[in-house]
Design a protein around this ligand. Structure first.
Ligand code: ADP
Ligand code: MG
Length: 251
């Protein structure tokens, strides 16, 4: 039987909550736990994984989809992070602009990426068709919220579409940029109560990542948080989340 990787999608509806940074950091934390990890930059319009990491892709996603190059040829290995990256191509527009057939083609490409245990999808902002489809198709959806009311509303909108599209799925909530762990828990409870009351969905907590200035510093230097500040609060939080996700996979 060929290996079928676990697809973990990261969504939020709202931009600027930390999806890309979290996806990159989780990729490294999961890779450090042993299994090969592929990070797919689903924010195709901005190709922001390349930007945050300072890596220059040689091939576009479009070349893989058209069969001109293989997945193995198109991925970049992060030199320090120990994970691979499939960059979004800046030419092809956003996921939302992709036709449904291309979205399905990307999904089957990622599902068939048997060299990996985990494929992380950084879905980018918005709730358009492509994002919605990939969120529903993932084995695990991590919806990121912050304490900001607009972020809560957008995270709720993600969960609402998910409840409609993928009733039986595994969708969890992740609170990022929490001022304290307790404040993060309150944010989770607020969102959870709305999901239980209006969607009949009771999403578990994937974890809480505290707001930490070292995150900004690492991004500014285009370096990885777990390399630059391996013992800071946000690093510990992401490692705990990676441990929780791995546990579930082993169960
Ligand atoms: N835990 C955190 N602590 C402090 N700042 C954070 C944290 N997570 C994200 N940020 C900040 O949020 C900004 C946006 O992050 P980014 O990953 O680009 O968001 P998104 O992909 O959701 O648009 C980052 O540049 C960083 O400065
Ligand atoms: Mg992003």
């Amino acid at each position: 039987m060929p290996n079928r990787p676990r697809l973990i999608a990261i969504a939020s509806g709202k931009g600027g909550v930390g999806k890309t940074w979290f996806a990159i950091t989780l990729a490294q934390a999961l890779a450090a736990r042993g299994g090969p990890v592929l990070l797919f930059d689903g924010d195709l319009g901005l190709a922001n994984v390349d930007v945050q990491l300072g890596l220059t892709p040689q091939h576009e996603l479009g070349s893989v989809l058209s069969g001109r190059v293989s997945l193995a040829q198109a991925v970049l290995r992060h030199p320090e992070g120990g994970f691979d990256i499939l960059p979004g191509s800046s030419g092809s527009g956003t996921l939302s602009g992709l036709d449904p057939a291309s979205v399905e083609q990307i999904l089957s490409l990622l599902r068939g990426a048997g060299a990996y245990d985990t494929v992380l999808l950084d879905l980018g902002a918005g709730l358009e068709r492509g994002v919605r489809r990939m969120a529903a198709a993932a084995d695990t959806l991590l919806t990121i919220a912050t304490e900001e009311p607009t972020s809560l509303t957008d995270a709720y909108a993600v969960m609402k579409l998910y409840a409609n599209d993928a009733r039986q799925g595994d969708a969890r909530i992740l609170v990022n940029q929490a001022t304290t762990h307790a404040a993060g828990l309150r944010t989770y409870e607020t969102l959870r109560r709305a999901c239980v009351s209006f969607l009949r969905l009771d999403p578990p907590l994937a974890g809480i990542v505290r707001r930490d200035d070292r995150v900004r510093d690492a991004i500014r230097r285009q370096s990885l948080l777990l390399v630059r500040h391996p013992t800071c609060a946000a690093a510990a939080d992401v490692e705990a989340i990676a441990a929780g996700l791995s546990q579930r996979a082993a169960a």
